[in-house]
Design a protein around this ligand. Sequence first.
Ligand code: NAG
Ligand code: NAG
Ligand code: NAG
Length: 299
Amino acid sequence: MWQTRLATASLLLVVAHALNCPENYDDFGSGCVLAPAERLPALDAQVLCRELHGELATFDRCDIFTDAVHYLEETGGMNDSFWIGGTYSVTRDEWQWRDGSVIAMGAPFWGTADGGSWEPYNGNCTVIFYGDNPYMRAYGCSLDFNHICEGPPNVEGHCNLPYTAVGSQCLSFNTATRQSWQISRNICQEDGGDLVTFDNCVQFGIVANYILEHNLQYIDRYWVGGYLETWDTEDWFWLDGSSIPMGVPLWGQGSGGKLLPDNSTVERCLELGLEYRHRFNDLNCQELRRPLCMASPVE
Ligand SMILES: *[C@@H]1O[C@H](CO)[C@@H](O)[C@H](O)[C@H]1NC(C)=O
Ligand SMILES: *[C@@H]1O[C@H](CO)[C@@H](O)[C@H](O)[C@H]1NC(C)=O
Ligand SMILES: *[C@@H]1O[C@H](CO)[C@@H](O)[C@H](O)[C@H]1NC(C)=O
């Protein structure tokens, strides 16, 4: 019967919004980027990005990569070449993003060199847009190129206690005793917020990593603001009524690596769980978890 209560509860307005990027950074749809007008070797480019509170950009997903290319096309950037944060690791004999994750070879990221051989062809650092080539190619790290820095999205304004700024959201990792989904939701509302929702993947990643970095995983399982609405469909919704994308990268994996959700008959509320690397799991709404709350920033 909790669905009836959900329908009649006054929903917090969760307005879908653009990212709030740090000063001088642009929102390119999947994150915040800045392309300083300076041609530098790759290592110096990374140092300059750090000075600008960023890192050399990581475009490690198909949609992020595509957004970045479109951004450069729209801003006239495709006439330049840019270092991004991919390097060859001699010890591991593989290409890696800055965080050590492997750069997949071939399409969709890498282009072809003159004569049609697959990039990466020659060099230990990664550039995009060289001549007419909108894909990645390898170059010697000591060459001078422009570069693209990536900065973390910010909260606009500040967060009232008990909320803390995490990326672009004000969050409260409530340590109250574990409760059902509905009672957890009420706890958030008493603090002037609601269960957290995510409208972009970058912010979702920031929150998941924040939990790990701040040792909050002792509170290993949270309720978040998503639910399965009706009994006859498999459509998951955020509290504002927008739909939750299925699959990668939000949902965790159950037994055998199979993507969740996996039990729509009884598991109709959304959990963020340590055992799924802080990705989503479908769970019975009466199970006991702690609330992960969010509130609107104040000026
Ligand atoms: C980029 O190059 C194209 C074709 O060479 C040219 O038409 C365009 O004006 C250039 N854009 C900028 C911003 O320099
Ligand atoms: C890549 O790095 C290795 C190890 O530092 C070096 O021996 C090699 O010459 C580099 N390759 C290029 C093309 O710069
Ligand atoms: C679904 O969840 C219920 C309750 O936790 C459990 O008894 C049942 O075995 C689960 N079914 C599947 C297919 O996992």
